[in-house]
Design a protein around this ligand. Structure first.
Ligand SMILES: [Zn+2]
Length: 506
């Protein structure tokens, strides 16, 4: 990763400049890793659970860009399968099927012993991304057969995100079989359209729960990064990153509608040329870099675990305040801007994802359209971004239209809060102490943003409770050969079983 080579160059820079300070800093930059957590063993019937997850991926609950291409039968069949697979859950919990305008999201309510306690919510989504035809031959197993082979469960959705739906339901069924009831009310919400931003599912259910008068959630959990060794540049350790904030989401359509005609007599500037130039001007007008508070928390936890020569830099970021950037923060920005992943953590990003024009080689198209996807930092509202785009392209012939279920950047969950501590404790109880746990700033997004956007859910934590052996298995996220290890799926179920219990003591 470029970051690695870049960081060694920077290490030499900081080493000479801050050598003396380095040692002093460590004392003032102590590790925040939780100590002394005992591991627990939870007995899971993994054969039966694997069989259920294998069946679950066979339901093609696909979210397509074309929202009319929505297979309602697949969702109905999947719901019937879930109902048949978890009898105690469906006896003891209330199930509702909600969504607007199409109701295909699931809301389960598990009444707690103490109704005065603020409830907790576990979120996961039913829908999966498509398997493009041109990638089908790269799959070693059929993406919708639920094959169990080579120690893996294969299939679209086993990593994103049916593993979490079934991890939650398996754990609940186990606890119900033991006659257990939570102290606080637990909600399970399984959305129908996360992969297209959650407008019909998560957004509606978040509004509905607010309408029902829920004042505050003690804890909300959703998906994000799984546990992976080496997921973070400069940190070979096994790492559990807990998302505490998400960037926003916005897609704008840029379009020009002007005279087309015969290609034998072209105008000076074609519609395609005009739009292409506008796109180039926009890509040259990137948003300014800044350090999001969640990134300061991230480095407060990760910094002490990283290369000692860089710790003066990371502690400057960790303890830094908003306002004029210090020299060290400028070094940090320069280092982070070296790779797309870390660059996306320090500014609102601009990604041109679609460009359409023209149907025939001898016809000048009367229109050209492009779609630009933005991941806004806090404060970069749709209005701010549209204004930025208008100024950058500076061409009134181009129309700008918001075409997405746009959401603002979320609030920041408290990494010192009881929810974070309960999660870290649970991660260590299941996966042991030979790992680094840290809060992180999520550059992608997930449906919990619809909850965190409301005052009743300030503390939303995101993690995918699953161990991957290497970054290689990450290829399955929205890609090919999506697969998870059977043995690790057993730990996913144990993880949810354990966190449900740990929430009693929150
Ligand atoms: Zn997902």
């Amino acid at each position: 990763m470029e970051l690695k080579t870049y960081s060694s160059a920077l290490a030499i820079l900081t080493l000479t400049t801050f050598a003396a300070a380095a040692h002093a800093q460590n004392a003032q930059f102590p590790s925040l890793q939780m100590q002394g957590v005992e591991q627990v063993e939870i007995d899971v019937d993994i054969k039966a659970a694997t069989d259920r997850l294998s069946q679950a991926v066979q339901f093609r609950t696909i979210s397509n860009q074309d929202r009319d291409d929505f297979d309602t039968q697949a969702f109905d069949d999947y719901h019937a399968f879930i109902e048949a697979s978890y009898p105690l859950v469906h006896q003891k919990l209330k199930r509702e099927i909600l969504g607007d305008p199409r109701p295909y999201s699931l809301l389960y309510t598990w009444e707690g012993k103490n109704p005065d306690l603020p409830p907790a919510l576990f979120y996961a989504h039913q829908d999966v991304v498509p398997v493009p035809a041109d990638s089908r031959d790269q799959w070693l197993q059929d993406p919708f057969a639920g094959t169990v082979a080579d120690g893996y469960i294969w299939g679209r959705g086993v990593l994103d995100d049916k593993n979490q739906i079934h991890g939650i339901l398996e754990a609940a069924e186990m606890r119900l079989a033991e006659g257990w009831q939570p102290e606080r009310t637990l909600y399970f919400v399984f959305g129908q359209d996360e992969e297209v931003g959650g407008p019909e599912g998560a957004r509606f259910i978040a509004e509905e729960l607010e309408r029902r008068g829920i004042e505050r959630f003690a804890f909300v959990m959703d998906e994000s990064a799984p546990l992976i060794p080496g997921i973070f540049p400069g940190l070979p350790d096994n790492t559990a990153l807990i998302g505490i904030a998400q960037k926003g989401y916005l897609s704008l359509e840029l379009a020009i509608h002007a005279l087309g005609g015969h290609s034998s007599q072209p105008p000076e500037d074609s519609n395609i040329g005009i739009l292409a130039e506008a796109i180039t001007r926009l890509e040259d007008a990137q948003f300014p870099y800044r350090i999001h508070p969640a990134l300061r928390h991230q480095y407060r936890y990760l910094g002490p675990e990283l290369d000692e020569t860089l710790q003066p830099l990371f502690s400057a970021v960790a303890f830094g305040k908003d306002g004029a950037m210090t020299d060290q923060e400028k070094d940090f920005i320069q280092m982070m801007s070296a790779s797309p992943v870390t660059r996306a953590m320090i500014r609102t990003t601009i990604a041109v994802t679609m460009f359409n024009a023209g149907i025939k080689d001898n016809v000048l198209p009367p229109a050209a359209t492009a779609v630009v996807n933005f991941r806004p930092m806090p404060g970069d509202t749709p209005e701010v971004i549209i204004d930025h785009v208008r100024k950058a392209i500076n061409d009134d012939r181009i129309t700008i239209r918001d075409i997405s279920a746009s959401t603002p950047a979320t609030a920041i969950a408290d990494p010192e809060g009881p929810g974070y501590k309960a999660l870290e404790k649970t991660v260590r109880q299941i996966w042991g102490n030979d790992l680094v746990v840290a809060p992180f700033f999520v550059i992608g997004g997930s449906d919990s943003k619809h909850f965190q956007a409301r005052p009743f859910a300030p503390d939303v934590y995101t993690i995918t409770g699953l161990q991957l052996e290497s970054m290689k298995e990450f290829e399955g996220f929205h890609g090919v050969n999506e697969r998870i290890l059977v043995d690790e799926y057993a730990k996913t179920i144990a993880f949810f079983y354990q966190i449900m219990g740990n929430l009693d003591a929150l």
